[in-house]
Design a protein around this ligand. Structure first.
Ligand code: ADP
Length: 386
């Protein structure tokens, strides 16, 4: 950094201040001023919120390290000085409804017009980068005559805390709505059993409906628990050297019962050695194959091959397919594709699958066309060397 780039106070104010000699009760006025500046400097350095100071024309006079760090993260390393057109063109500030704010409504220009702004929730959006949610405040700085000469802007990154709050809201919505649906069905069927207790056929049919609802609920609760453990890093992996080619047929066979496994056409290239946690691999296969069976009515092809040393598992169906828009999001938490089909789960199955695949060094992708079917492909690093 050359001398001209440094903020004024850094050049002129020594940080720290030695007490005057020979019993001065208080430091002389100039030292007082120096001390105030040094204090201000220390505060600017220490606070975790971003602080920026603009002059009356909107030129950035200085910012603290936290502000520089936030801009680096947002992927616009804004320098001290006049605003650069290319930075302004890249950056969009969105309000709480996601609408872009015109430049004159950004907090610093508003403060320069005399407004004091407290706790505005804004999103800093840069194309191609993750959006950041910020809590922004701003105020004018006036001289002794009350004329606005500068503005101060503070902002803190609240992305994580807002995402956590949204995840909590999603969870409450899931538990109160989706978990209640099978419970209502159980309640209704039990009520009907009581009324038709003498009719054995009806009792059996209703008991079967109760069992299905219980299985659905139990699957949802298992997904919720698993996601919580996975996200908290509390679902440890126990990798072992396995031959996926021998593991896979047993997993598919074990799915008999609730699902029409006879529709599965299994093709396996042998051997397919890999270092995987067999229980977690089973969960991946069960999720993908049960989805393929659920969303199609014809054969489901499960293909295991090796490709360039990787182990590749493909699960292909000729069912309802997934739109391009939904394909980009099916691996997200709680995401359920739109469609006529009533959703059966919480939209966690593919999210859990992705977390389990990635935790084992693998990758998952989907190729699909609406109305023609979907192919999910999982790729794990194979065993290289002995
Ligand atoms: P859930 O846990 O609710 O079953 P998933 O995470 O497994 O949800 O799947 C998310 C969404 O992706 C589903 O709601 C469904 O719309 C869609 N989907 C998943 N697999 C398939 C498939 N093989 N064919 C069509 N749609 C699918």
């Amino acid at each position: 950094m050359n001398e001209g780039d440094r903020p004024v106070s850094e050049r002129e104010v020594p940080v720290g201040w030695a007490p005057a000699e020979h019993g001065h009760a208080s430091p002389p006025a100039t030292l007082d001023a120096q001390h105030d500046l040094a204090q201000l400097e220390a505060i600017m350095q220490a606070i975790p919120d971003g602080v920026m100071v603009f002059d009356g024309r909107g030129v950035l006079l200085r910012m603290n390290p936290a502000a520089a760090e936030i801009w680096r993260r947002v992927e616009i390393p804004i320098p001290v000085g006049p605003p650069r057109d290319e930075d302004l063109a890249k950056l969009r500030l969105l309000d709480e409804d996601g609408k872009p704010l015109p430049l004159e409504s950004w907090p610093a220009p508003r403060a320069l017009r005399g407004e004091t702004i407290h706790g505005l929730h804004l999103t800093f959006a840069v194309e191609g980068a993750r959006p950041y949610r910020m809590l922004v405040s701003a105020a004018p700085i006036r001289d002794a005559d009350g004329i606005i000469t500068a503005a101060v802007l503070t902002f803190s990154d609240e992305t994580e805390i807002r995402e956590l709050a949204e995840a909590r809201d999603d969870l409450v919505r899931m538990v109160s709505h989706d978990l209640r649906a099978p419970l209502s069905a159980i309640y209704g069927q039990a009520h009907l059993i009581r009324r038709a207790a003498g009719d054995a056929e009806k009792v059996v049919a209703r008991a079967a409906a109760i069992e299905r609802s219980c299985e659905r609920m139990s699957g949802m609760i298992q997904d919720l628990v698993e996601v919580t453990l996975l996200e908290a890093g509390q679902l440890p992996l126990a990798p072992a050297r396995v031959d996926v080619a021998t593991l896979l047929p047993d997993i598919i066979d074990g799915m008999r019962g609730g699902l029409d496994v006879d529709r599965v056409r299994l093709e396996v290239q042998s051997p397919c050695p890999a270092d995987l946690d067999p229980a977690r691999f089973e969960r991946i296969v069960v999720n993908l194959v049960s989805n393929a069976l659920k969303y199609s009515s014809s054969d489901v092809q499960v293909l295991l091959t090796t490709e360039g040393g990787d182990v590749v598992l493909g699960v292909a169906d000729r069912g309802i397919g997934i739109s391009t828009e939904d394909q980009a999001r099916v691996f997200e938490r709680y995401y359920r594709a739109r469609g006529e089909r009533q959703p059966e789960g919480l939209g966690l199955g593919l999210y859990i699958t992705r977390l389990l695949v990635e935790a084992q060094g693998g990758r998952i992708e989907v190729e699909s066309q609406l109305g023609s079917g979907s192919t999910f492909r999982v790729r794990f690093p194979g065993v290289r060397g002995p």
